[in-house]
Design a protein around this ligand. Structure first.
Ligand code: DGJ
Length: 695
């Protein structure tokens, strides 16, 4: 059984990990253990009692409370902070019962004086070695309670170590750079205050004791599944107790929990592995593919996107011409990006008016969609539903629908303002307009974009606390998108926010794909994709071949980079020579042959593109019968001897062939002795690896 109650408390086990918590003598719910699964339940340590009490050494510094509320003499970064109606701001939670179901545990806590209860929820995912946690707070009284912070989980690491934290940072056009830093005494905060997950940081962490590598060593890792403002607090106490808390950002946040109401947090998922950062990524990849995305078993199609080719110059002729080229080289899904809707000739007008521009499409989108289908491709469309241009029919009719403070100027970014998706009328408008688009056209794919972050976060007509906006907006977004998804379950959605601004396990419940960056230059993309791959599987990673730096990057190099994810084309195919289109057709054909391995297999990062100009990654099918190796060289001054590449993930006893290498050789030989690949600057190679069948 995955969850067991014992006299010591509860033990949550996955295939390879164990997590234990329990009540100590003082009745406090404390963390007991998180790491490798132990042989028997009695092996898990007991709930510790509070030691080291002194007026300046509170129990919060030593004890590992599972979900600390603000109060008493703890002084640590708590998970819960509330103000009761009488002004009291101290929470005293007492254990009030537990419910165990096969994979789920609910622990009930009750404030000893006020009518506030809290349920700590746990769900184990045994096959992915992950534990999911979230919290629900209920007001059983007659007066409101103001929640000022309510995080999803606090994850405790074995105490006494100086841990190193790995996370990603970036900016627009340059997302997902890996950072590694030692956590010292104090609190390290990562967060988003932008309304979206953000390009700057991502709610993901990996902690190790400083010596873990891609393939070896203990790593504790986790994510928050939330597409709005979030916060990660990594704290090392005076007594070297390390904990990582994650949840909705409490910055500019407050929530009036009215009588009888419940507030439920998003989930945080975390795991442990003894096999390095690569294994941590593979756990998340497996989980996302199996349990998060809407269409788990579907291969992602090779798509074409018009943005970098035609920009706002979108019309029936330009798109038909592109579609004909795309179909001829093997594209399966043709997506018309920005520029197709009413009044949209530049980024200065049109957002909000979600019907086709009659000047560009005199007979609407139907003839183009039909032509695309006749060419054997699915038809897809770009939308940016959350936004409005001041120059639009929608804004002229409803200037009060945007997020704003009445006494402040409305800051525009990319000439646009943000609709207040917390409002029911805004939600209804968007559902109606996009539902009509989806109902009237054979649309198989929607790219949902979001091209700015929040400013002047006001909601003048809110009935209660305006600072609820940050959360109610995200709930509204999920209501709109979720309604559309339920009405049109066959549609595949892509999450885009000027690139990777909304990449997280929350949005992946709606979207099967993510656009990781607006930067499509292949060498830069290698690094961005590597950061992205720490968290997300290749099936979710849309990657276009474009004309960025086309003179310096061969078509092969550009294709190889994009083939590491869900392949797309974003170049102007009409400007490609017949020879280039022929070459593209060959790469697309090859991609289709290997994509089950890339999209559904295990990823091994052999050499980091962020750390080395000579990098490699390998995808291995789950049955270890086939693999694909990608090797890249960017700029390295010659003369240089490139190191051998040691493959990973093969069956050591089986025999394998590698394209272009002598063999066959044993999996062990390829993994231990490796293989030599020599490349020049900005050259790359793709090698198929096949297991030799037994006779
Ligand atoms: C930002 C996206 O990331 C691009 O791919 C493109 O869709 C533009 N927006 C269109 O405005």
């Amino acid at each position: 059984m995955a969850i067991q109650a014992t006299e010591q408390g509860w033990v949550l086990e996955t295939h390879a990990t164990g997590y234990a918590l329990g009540l100590n003598q003082a009745g406090m719910l404390v963390h007991r253990y998180w790491g490798a699964r132990l042989p028997s339940l009695s092996d898990y340590p007991e709930a510790a009692d509070s030691l080291g009490w002194a007026s300046f050494n509170g129990p919060g510094q030593v004890l590992r409370e599972e979900y600390p509320g603000h109060g008493g003499v703890k002084y640590i970064d708590p998970c819960l902070k509330v103000t009761f109606a009488d002004g009291v701001r101290d929470v005293v939670l007492r254990f009030a019962g537990a419910e165990v179901h096969k994979h789920e545990l609910a622990l009930h806590l009750r404030d000893e004086h006020y009518p506030l209860t809290l349920t700590l929820h746990y769900r184990v995912h045994p096959e992915h070695d992950l534990i999911e946690r979230w919290v629900a707070a209920t007001n059983h009284g007659a007066e409101p309670i103001t929640i000022e912070r309510i995080w999803s989980a606090q994850w405790h690491l074995p105490p006494g170590e100086n841990y190193r934290m790995t996370h990603v940072t970036g900016r627009w056009l340059d997302e997902m750079h890996l950072r590694r830093e030692t956590l010292l005494h104090g609190v390290k905060i990562l967060e988003s205050r932008r309304l979206t997950t953000s390009q700057q940081h991502n709610p993901w962490f990996a902690l190790d004791s400083g010596s873990a590598t891609e393939d070896h060593g203990e790593v504790w890792f986790g994510v928050l599944a939330w597409s709005g403002n979030w916060k990660l607090s990594a704290e090392v106490t005076d007594f070297l107790s390390t904990r990582v808390s994650m949840g909705i950002n409490d910055w500019d946040f407050a929530w009036r929990l009215q009588a009888g109401e419940t507030f439920t947090t998003p989930a945080s998922l975390a795991g442990y592995t003894a096999a390095g950062f690569g294994a941590a990524s593979r756990r998340l990849h497996d989980h996302i593919r199996a349990a998060v995305v809407p269409h788990p078993q579907q291969l992602r199609k090779v798509l074409y996107n018009s943005w970098e080719a035609t920009g706002f110059e979108v019309n029936e002729q330009s798109q038909t011409a592109l579609a004909e080229h795309a179909a001829a080289i093997g594209v399966e899904l043709f997506v018309v990006d920005d520029g197709w809707f009413h009044g949209r000739n530049s980024d200065q007008a049109g957002l909000g008016d979600w019907w086709s521009d009659r000047r560009k499409f005199p007979n609407g989108l139907a003839p183009l969609a039909r032509r695309v289908n006749e060419l054997g491709m699915d038809f897809g469309l770009w939308v940016e539903p959350e936004m409005v241009n001041a120059d639009s029919e929608l804004y002229r009719a409803h200037p009060d629908w945007v997020i704003h403070f009445p006494t402040r100027a409305r800051t525009e970014a990319r000439n646009q303002l943000i609709l207040n998706l917390a409002r029911a009328d805004v939600q209804e408008y968007l559902i109606t307009k996009i539902d009509r688009l989806l109902s009237e056209h054979p649309i198989a794919f929607i790219k949902w974009d979001m091209n700015r972050n929040a400013s002047e976060p006001g909601w003048p007509t809110a009935e209660g606390e305006q600072r609820e906006l940050w959360v109610r907006y995200v709930q509204g977004l999920f209501h709109v998108w979720g309604t559309l998804q339920a009405r049109h379950p066959q549609v595949v959605w892509q999450s885009c926010s000027g690139g990777g601004g909304r990449a997280d396990l929350h949005i992946l419940r709606l979207a099967d794909q993510i656009w990781p960056s607006d930067n499509t230059e292949a060498a830069a993309r290698l690094a961005i994709q590597e950061g992205f791959s720490q968290i997300f599987p290749a099936s979710t990673m849309e990657a276009w071949v474009t004309d960025a730096l086309e003179q310096q990057r061969s078509l092969a190099f550009r294709f190889h980079v994009s083939m590491c994810g869900s392949l797309g084309i974003g170049a102007h195919l009409g400007r490609w020579s017949p020879a280039q289109r022929k070459e593209a057709a060959r790469w697309i054909k090859l991609y289709k042959a290997v994509r089950p391995i890339i999209q559904f297999g295990d990823l091994y990062r052999l050499r980091s593109a962020q750390a080395h100009p000579f990098s490699a990654l390998q995808y291995v099918s789950k049955d270890q019968a086939e693999a694909v190796l990608f090797v890249f060289r960017t700029h390295l001054p010659d003369p240089i001897t490139l190191p051998p590449l040691r493959l990973r993930g093969l069956d050591p006893a089986a025999q394998y062939t590698v394209d272009g290498c002598s063999g066959p050789r044993s999996g062990l030989a390829w993994m231990q002795a490796g293989l030599q690949i020599d490349l020049s600057d900005f050259e790359s190679t793709l090698r198929r690896i096949r297991r030799v069948p037994h006779h």
